[in-house]
Design a protein around this ligand. Structure first.
Ligand code: 6R9
Length: 654
């Protein structure tokens, strides 16, 4: 076990409090009594939340936990997620309301109403059906941040198929692994997408992935976006536009069981193989709708909401697609990067669409801080009334800057803690209730039960630190790891099996008021700009290069990206003379194996790695080196001179 982010561990003395203004509190969706109501009868509380949705058949039991940790929520209930996100808003007379304001990186725009979205989803659902996709089939989605990504996901949900969205930055190898693991039948991709002013190819990467063979993929649908030249394989590939144009724009949706799988989303664990986190329909949709309403104080009639995440991550699933659309919100989706064509692009978008709720990541906030506050100052940000943060711990300086510079010193900041596995926000302030502290996610939302425990699973007293656990099941909890029940039980439920707690893998502290401070991962998972990457994954990628004999990877603190990947490699024989060229080659090799997001910031060539007598690499010591600290206790090393060698060898390399 490695120590959580030390930079945050002395934050128990934060005195600053930011309660909502009286005006905000008076109009807020929730008052303080929500916590008591939920605690008095948790299941009744979730029953009430499930009523946010339209059900075709009512459930007969709220929670079946008899096969714990395998849960069933809203047992016997049936519903259609796509109908809940689209049709019911049209049926309620809100068809003209804008669902998506799409802002393309090259400044092309599209505003899509709920009625238009309904037609697109219907056409896509019909097209998928014609291609032979049925309930339970897996569909991979490898797309840029364009409306078709949302439409694809909703079309799958509509026919009961299971989507597996693969982030557009992942490599052919990563696609191949995921497509094989989930036995995907259909891939939806685009010719290419825009990034920093140029077009990058997506379809060619899918071609490369499928050329690796052994997949079950029968068809590929190709959205036109980049305009780049691509080749279509006869009998396998079809243009999305052609496939949709051939279909009717209505589709009779069937209701599915509450526990029908909705999606698989791969995330890094502590081993080299990413886990296919599986979510189902009724509980997931209930909790994303509730939390989107609660944590952001959503007023669907008047708010304009913008979550800057990519659809390839869970934040995009829960807080771009399912939560906001289930709530009938109007939202912005943006295709590009924050600095294209200039560093004020985000604020230009906020001003243009009068965004009132912004949900972004600490890494972005720290980047904006670095760019300077004169940039946002050029834009009218007065529409913003709630500011969300997600993906990694937010340091108090970034929190304060976000509130002051972006939120005009009045907008509440909600630091939301959750995971791919939890499906929805678990710990967060209620913006109309909580007197927030900069850097703290505060407490579990009404209906959610979290605690901080010691190694034995005993709750720590206020002022103590330990491991974050979730002590009661919740509706949007993962239902398993695709194809690996044992790993599901081992990873999350075995550590505190006696207590029946879910082990989140995060370190946390309870301050003297009992409020929670998340401190980062306690396992071998790194958090790079809010993206989870395991050290083992990068190590496997490095050792798959013929010149690498051994590799050890650590996440080192980084002022902008939270953590950065630093790799220590031992090269084989003559490769050791390769110098800077070799390092460049290895960085590129990691990009090919996993994706550019996993490229190490730094690769250090060493002669030895520090190991214990049982042969375990002591990453703690390597982190000391990577973070330019004095190297800690080396007494458990098999050969205590190794660290001296490494430090000497590196002197002068930085
Ligand atoms: C939603 C998402 C989950 C991991 C999680 C934790 C870190 C997320 C955080 C946070 C501190 C927050 N994390 N939100 N840490 N404060 N508000 O990010 O899911 O990609 O699965 O990552 O991210 O370490 O365990 P995912």
């Amino acid at each position: 076990m490695s120590e959580p982010n030390e930079g945050l561990s002395n934050l128990l003395h934060e005195e600053r409090r930011f309660p909502p203004s009286e005006e905000f509190a008076a109009a807020a969706n929730y008052a303080a009594d929500a916590y008591e109501t939920a605690a008095a009868d948790r299941l009744a509380f979730w029953d009430a939340q499930a009523r946010r949705l339209d059900w075709a058949t009512d459930w007969t039991q709220t929670l079946d936990w008899t096969a714990a940790p395998f849960a069933a929520w809203f047992v016997g209930g049936t519903l259609n997620a796509s109908v809940n996100c689209v049709d019911r808003h049209v049926d309620a007379g809100r068809g003209d309301k804008i669902a998506l304001h799409f802002e393309g990186e090259p400044r092309d725009t599209r505003s899509i109403s709920y009625a238009e979205l309904q037609k697109l989803v219907a056409r896509a659902a019909n097209a998928l059906t014609e291609l032979g996709i049925q309930q339970g089939d897996r569909v991979a989605v490898y797309l840029p941040m364009i409306p078709e990504a949302v439409v694809s996901m909703l079309a799958c949900a509509r026919i009961g198929a299971v989507h597996s969205v693969i982030f557009g930055g992942f490599s052919a190898q990563a696609i191949h692994d995921r497509v094989i693991d989930a036995q995907v039948k259909l891939v939806i991709t685009a010719d290419g997408g825009y990034r920093r002013g140029s077009v990058f190819g997506l379809k060619p990467i899918v071609d490369e992935a499928l050329a690796k063979g052994e997949t079950t993929v029968e068809h590929v649908l190709v959205v036109k976006r980049g305009g780049n030249e691509v080749s279509l394989t006869e009998g396998r590939d079809t243009w999305w536009d052609d496939a949709l144009a051939a279909q009717a724009d209505t589709h009779e949706a069937q209701a599915f069981d509450a526990e029908n799988p909705l999606f698989i989303l791969y995330t890094s664990g502590t081993t080299g193989k990413p886990k296919g986190i599986m979510h189902t329909t009724g509980g997931y949709l209930t909790q994303v709708a509730y939390t989107h309403h609660a944590a952001f104080d959503l007023k669907p009639e008047t708010d304009v909401y913008w979550c800057t995440a990519d659809i390839g991550w869970v934040t995009g699933h829960s807080y771009i697609v399912y939560g906001p659309l289930a709530n009938g919100a109007t939202q912005v989706i943006y295709e590009g990067t924050p600095d294209t064509p200039h560093r004020g692009r985000f604020w230009e978008i906020v001003e243009k669409y009068k965004v009132s709720i912004l949900y972004t990541a600490p890494t972005a906030i720290r980047t904006f801080m670095k760019w300077g506050e004169d940039i946002p100052a050029k834009f009218d940000l007065s529409s913003l009334r709630v500011l969300g943060s997600v993906g990694e711990p937010i340091n108090p300086e970034a929190w304060m800057w976000y509130r002051r510079v972006i939120g005009s010193d009045v907008a509440p900041v909600v630091d939301t803690w959750w995971q791919t596995e939890t499906g929805a926000i678990m710990i967060s302030p209620l913006p109309g209730v909580t007197a927030s502290k900069p850097g703290s996610a505060m407490r579990a939302l009404p209906g959610v039960s979290a605690d901080v425990v010691d190694d034995q699973g005993k709750p720590v007293p206020n002022g103590g630190g330990g491991l974050l656990v979730l002590t009661e099941p919740w509706p949007s909890m993962l239902r398993g790891i695709w194809g690996d029940e044992e790993r599901f039980v081992d990873t999350y439920w075995s550590r505190f099996a006696e207590q029946g707690y879910y082990f989140a893998g995060d370190g946390a502290k309870k301050d003297t008021d009992g409020d929670l401070w998340l401190l980062g991962r306690v396992d071998d998972v790194m958090n790079i700009s809010g993206h989870r990457i395991s050290t083992t994954e990068v190590e496997s990628a490095l050792v798959s290069h013929p010149s690498v004999a051994e590799a050890a990877v650590v996440g080192a603190n980084d002022p902008t990206t939270g953590q950065a990947i630093v790799a220590f490699v031992i090269l084989r024989g003559t490769a050791a003379d390769g110098g800077a060229e070799m390092v460049t080659e290895l960085r590129n090799h990691v990009a090919v194996e996993i994706g550019a997001i996993a490229k190490p910031r730094q690769i250090l060539v060493v002669a030895e790695l520090p190991k214990t007598r049982s042969g375990k690499i002591m990453r703690r010591l390597l982190r000391d080196v990577a973070e330019h600290r004095a190297v800690g206790d080396v007494t458990t090393l098999a050969d205590s001179s190794v660290m001296a060698l490494i430090s000497e060898g590196l002197a002068g390399t930085k």
